[in-house]
Design a protein around this ligand. Structure first.
Ligand SMILES: Cc1ncc(COP(=O)(O)O)c(C=O)c1O
Length: 430
């Protein structure tokens, strides 16, 4: 395999340092006032300072964006700019934006509108889904008397094969709802092929993609992957909690949904969302474009954004390669005695930076505690949790320590983590 593709490419040292400085609390826990390495970014990511600052500052303003005074109109312009930036993130020229308190609320509403209103006798999803997609499919399929078909996972890749999905789709499929990348294994599904192959079976198939996990790690592109619904969660994407963002295709946006009667049929916004949340999204897009501009002379905002996400992806892949294989500074996870890497698929270009780790002689809960004692934050994904059970069962795994760094980390963070991992393993192997 081409080395650059599989090994990724680190930001240079200067840029890496600059990026770290743009995020809050990368190296310390401000509550405990001590050093730490925060590797639980799939749970909620480290915050971009500007995205948080603008949120805090703008929320001081009482003005209502729909009113006519100067500052109110300014807030409206901030919101309108962010709507454009959401389109930049998705590379979407049409469709309706939908926001809510969480990404789960967004996907529940998207799946509900389709399942309740589009003809068909079955709904297809996968065993790898977050409960927000899976449970919305099951709930509304049950309500409308539709069959639920669940595609199997692949324990080698950590994902779902295209053929496992296509074999469940037929002319009577009302909706295909699947995850872009797994928040347990990090596997990125072959979204382009899934869409292409499924629409060969049913050309007008409705498709919803949960891209909450992938959005912070790679560029989305609805021009290449046209779907009817897609979403992300700003708090996992360098931003703030309390917001979920989605986009519906033109045809899906017209389906019956909750709305004020006087508003247009494709309007999905309900009530008065906080302008500060929108301002925060513009800061995130500005930041990714700033990275992009370091690597290209292009000036178009979408092209800069795509380049920035591509560079983030390559940097994370290089960190992932180092975490797995080590360096002259520290042994890699693949080589530390007593440590297992689950779902360790060779082709890192099909992975977001999530590692599923286990120890021979300690269970996951204990391992997470041992990491915390040493200033490293990870998270246990265990079969007793409703957020992990179906996915882990599908792989035949009881539990993992999920390790999820972010692009604002550098090689020193990875090396330190590896040394601590070895220390924990040795402690319980001796
Ligand atoms: C893949 C995936 N989808 C959806 C969600 C739900 O996001 P939210 O917490 O905003 O509802 C999560 C959250 O962990 C997730 O990882």
């Amino acid at each position: 395999m081409n080395d650059k593709i599989n090994h990724g490419q680190l930001f240079d040292e200067q840029l890496s340092k600059e990026i770290k400085g743009l995020f809050y609390h990368v190296d310390e826990d401000p509550v405990l006032n001590r050093k730490r390495i925060f590797f639980d970014n799939a749970g909620g990511s480290l915050r971009l300072k500007k995205a948080n600052d603008v949120f805090k500052n703008m929320d001081e303003l009482p003005d209502c964006p729909e009113h006519s005074n100067y500052t109110a109109r300014w807030l409206l312009s901030v919101q309108e700019k962010a709507y454009e930036d959401i389109r930049t993130i998705f590379n979407a020229k049409s469709g309706s934006i939908v926001t809510s308190l969480t990404a789960s609320m967004v996907i529940f509403e998207m799946n509900r509108a389709i399942i309740e209103n589009v003809p068909g006798t079955n709904v297809v999803t996968t065993a790898l889904e977050h409960p927000s997609a899976y449970d919305s499919v099951v709930s509304y399929a049950e309500k409308t008397g539709k069959e639920v078909r669940v595609a199997k996972t692949n324990p080698v890749t950590g994902g779902v094969d295209v053929s496992e999905i296509t074999k469940l789709v037929d002319k009577d499929t009302c909706l295909l709802s699947f995850i872009y990348a797994s928040n347990i294994s990090g596997a990125v599904l072959d979204v382009e092929s899934i869409i292409k192959e499924c629409r060969k079976i049913k050309p007008d198939l409705y498709i919803v993609v949960d891209s909450v996990q992938h959005t912070p790690h790679g560029a989305l592109d609805l021009e290449k992957t046209p779907v009817d619904g897609i979403n992300f969660a700003p708090y996992k994407f360098f931003g703030t909690r309390g917001f979920g963002v989605g986009l519906m295709s033109e045809r899906a946006a017209m389906l019956p949904h909750n709305k004020l009667i006087a508003k247009s049929v494709d309007e999905w916004e309900l009530g008065s969302p906080a302008p500060s949340q929108f301002a925060s999204i513009t800061e995130i897009v500005d930041y990714v474009c700033w990275i992009g501009a370091k690597f290209t002379d292009l000036e178009n905002r979408r092209e800069l954004y795509a380049e920035g996400m591509n560079r983030i992806n390559l940097h994370e892949r290089a960190l992932m390669y180092r975490m797995l294989n080590g360096s002259d500074k520290a042994e890699g996870l693949r080589n530390i005695k007593g440590v297992n890497v689950y779902l360790d698929y060779e082709d890192l270009s099909t992975r977001d930076f999530i590692m599923a780790v286990g120890f021979d002689n300690i269970d996951c809960l204990k391992a997470v505690k041992e990491y915390e004692k040493r200033g490293v934050i990870t998270f246990e994904r265990i079969a007793s949790s409703l957020y992990s059970k179906r996915m882990l069962d599908s792989f035949g795994i009881e539990g993992i320590v999920r390790v999820s760094p972010l692009h604002c980390h550098d090689v020193n963070d990875i090396d330190e983590f590896l040394k601590i991992t070895k220390e924990i393993s040795q402690l319980f192997n001796d």
